[in-house]
Design a protein around this ligand. Structure first.
Ligand SMILES: C[S@@+](CC[C@H](N)C(=O)[O-])C[C@H]1O[C@@H](n2cnc3c(N)ncnc32)[C@H](O)[C@@H]1O
Length: 379
């Protein structure tokens, strides 16, 4: 078993943040997370290739080609069901190494109308990953965007796998006297540490709006205005302009605070999120209740969330695995079976990961879904 690495004495980003904290006081966890991942010079994603065995973590498209292939066929069907709008503007949020897109494009190669209509847009803030995506998608005309807002208007088909979990969260801790915000300040030795602060009234109102006001002392609530803002933006665009969004991430539906789900990972091992600021991946579980509500409020019909395992089985992953097993050399059989297991089994990603689709109210139900869980058409 791999040993967790010793934390560094201090990172370049931690030094910058400590300076800011000494000057202006503790910062929110959301600001910490945004900078730890996205600081243009010292952020985790700035110059790194974080995905895959040689990196820090592995995602579904990296586990097996079947993931991207099935999503490609799902997408082609959804496009067909919506009357084949052209151009077919395919927008991937946080495309990582470009693996999902590459597998999707290969799987749809025999659908010439689909491919001829494609216009590819990638929303990616990391220059290092943009370079990797460019390599992997060589030959395809791709437009990169730093933000969703610059993607042209019109019906778009959005994909986001493990994108929302990287967007910043805030945390509140329930104490005897009431809720306190968990912020990042300086500990006794001058390093970054969690501190408690009186939450601004707007944050308490937000907590109440999420139905999370009542909780026992010790409970931790995570809120993510950033995730909800993007879900709202996607929903507004889809409700007005058509298309749909397929969102896949780890997380849960919630009726009470989920607790502290922030995790930092480096070299496939959990590490202390503050000690490794800027050098480890950070993510937290996606609150699908909040995401779905934000999308419905912004006008979209919401389908799911459903667990990833059953979703991929409905799309025919077992059949595809059999097909690949028949063609593969015996040395590849183990990896294929392991990939199927990891993507679908309830003890692996099959239950923890969820699938949610946003569509325009009244549009055909997306493949794999019968009816919306929230009909949309709100404000
Ligand atoms: C966890 S990786 C997932 C990669 C890929 N979807 C996959 O499944 O392998 C997160 C991706 O989102 C990108 N990303 C994270 N936060 C972002 C932001 N605020 N704006 C744009 N891209 C972001 C990262 O650079 C990376 O490509």
């Amino acid at each position: 078993m791999m040993m967790a690495a010793e934390p560094p004495a201090g990172t370049a980003l931690a030094a910058l943040l400590a300076e800011e904290i000494r000057r202006a006081g503790p910062i929110s966890l959301a600001r910490f997370m945004a900078l730890a991942l996205g600081h243009p010079e010292h952020g985790y994603y700035h110059a790194r290739q974080p995905l895959g065995r040689a990196g820090d973590f592995v995602t579904a498209p990296e586990i097996s080609q079947m993931f991207g292939e099935l999503i490609g066929l799902w997408l082609a069907q959804a496009w067909q069901d919506q009357g084949r709008p052209a151009p077919l503007r395919l927008v991937e949020l946080g495309p990582g190494s470009g693996q999902l897109m590459a597998d999707l494009l290969r799987a749809t190669a025999k659908l010439p109308d689909f491919q001829a209509s494609l216009e590819l847009h990638l929303v990616e803030f990391s220059q290092a990953l943009r370079a990797r995506q460019e390599q992997r998608l060589a030959g395809w005309p791709v437009v990169w965007h730093a933000e969703l807002a610059s993607v042209p208007a019109g019906p778009c088909f959005y994909l986001a796998n493990e994108f929302f979990d990287a967007l910043p969260v805030l945390q509140l801790l329930r104490t005897e006297p009431g809720w306190r915000e968990r912020r990042i300040g300086l500990g006794a030795r001058g390093g970054l540490d969690f501190v408690l602060a009186e939450p601004p009234p707007a944050l308490l109102a937000e907590l109440a709006a999420h139905g999370l006001s009542a909780a026992a002392p010790g409970a931790i609530a995570e809120l993510s205005p950033a995730r909800e803002a993007i879900a709202g933006l996607l929903a507004r665009r889809i409700a007005r302009q058509g298309g749909l969004a397929l969102l896949i991430d780890y997380g849960a539906e919630r009726t009470a605070p989920l607790g502290d789900t922030l995790q930092a990972v480096r070299g496939h091992q959990p590490v202390d999120p503050l000690a490794w600021a800027g050098l480890a991946d950070l993510s937290s579980q996606v609150d699908f209740t909040a995401l779905g509500r934000a999308a419905a409020r912004a006008g979209a019909a919401v389908y799911g969330p459903v667990p990833q395992g059953p979703f991929l089985r409905t799309l025919g992953i077992e059949l595809r695995a059999l097909q690949l097993l028949r063609q593969a050399a015996p040395t590849q059989h183990r990896a294929l079976r392991a990939g199927l297991f990891r993507l679908t089994d309830a003890s692996a990603m099959g239950e923890l990961f969820k699938v949610m689709v946003l569509a325009a109210p009244g549009a055909p139900a997306p493949p794999g879904f019968l009816a919306p869980s929230q009909p949309g058409g709100g404000a």
